[in-house]
Design a protein around this ligand. Structure first.
Ligand code: FE
Length: 237
């Protein structure tokens, strides 16, 4: 239980990778972003992954007993991470929207911006309360590309990515930049689905929105670059 003696920001100094964790159930595929995948033994190689019990991927892994980890490159765009991090497989067929293949375990493997895939068969599970830790023997692993692997800090600090509410790790509340709202006279808007902040000074250049574009001037069909939510899901900060 949290109390005043716990300086929870200490937990945010921990480092993580950023992966697509996927599984299957029958013919269905699903996957999610995960920063809590790690190798736990070398001989034989085993992986551990912590997954929220409310996630569809949790249901799939529990049912199939297999999971796959796609290691993303730093080149992976926030839209790709947003698709897997802020949308539920109960609402969207995520793998219908991008290049993928089926691994030897039957799990889907992301091919775009992928450095490697590692497939595992679950050998143990540990009930951690809100999350389950799945521990699996690595049954297949291969390299898919070259580049620098995405890290959680790169995603947050360089790409400006947000953290899904079901992530198992501590998330400090975002701190607004001092004077940020006043310098341009234009308000920032926050996505109420994923926490992405539209900063009119920066615009959204990846989607042809020039710096200096007020939120009110965005086209009606503009959507959150992280989670795909429409403008009506944004609130003034
Ligand atoms: Fe969003």
């Amino acid at each position: 239980m949290a109390d005043d003696s716990l300086e929870l920001d200490a937990l945010f100094t921990l480092n993580y990778g950023l992966y697509i964790l996927s599984s299957c159930m029958g013919e269905r595929f699903n996957g999610q972003v995960s920063n809590t995948v790690m190798q736990v033994t070398d001989t034989p190689p085993k992986l551990a992954a912590a997954v929220s019990k409310v996630a569809l991927t949790h249901e799939f892994i529990s049912e199939s007993g297999v999971f796959a980890v796609t290691v993303l490159a730093e080149s992976a765009p926030v839209e790709l991470i947003g698709l897997f991090g802020f949308k539920s497989g109960r609402d969207v067929d995520k793998f219908s929207q991008l290049a993928h293949e089926t691994g030897s375990t039957g799990c889907p493997i992301v091919l775009d911006h992928a450095l490697a895939c590692i497939e595992a068969r679950v050998e143990q599970t540990l009930d951690c309360g809100t999350h389950t830790l799945f521990i699996g023997d690595v049954v297949h692993a291969r390299l898919l590309g070259q580049g620098r692997p995405m890290t959680y800090s790169y995603y947050r600090e360089v790409l400006g990515g947000k953290t899904p509410p079901t992530a198992p790790t501590y998330q400090p509340r975002p701190v607004a930049a001092a004077g940020g709202k006043e310098t341009s006279g234009m308000a920032s808007y926050v996505c109420e689905v994923c926490g992405y902040v539209y900063d009119p000074e920066k615009g959204d250049p990846d989607n042809d929105i020039a710096p200096g574009t007020a939120f009110e001037e965005l086209p009606d069909d503009w959507v959150c670059p992280v989670c795909g939510a429409g403008k009506d899901q944004f609130a003034e900060q």
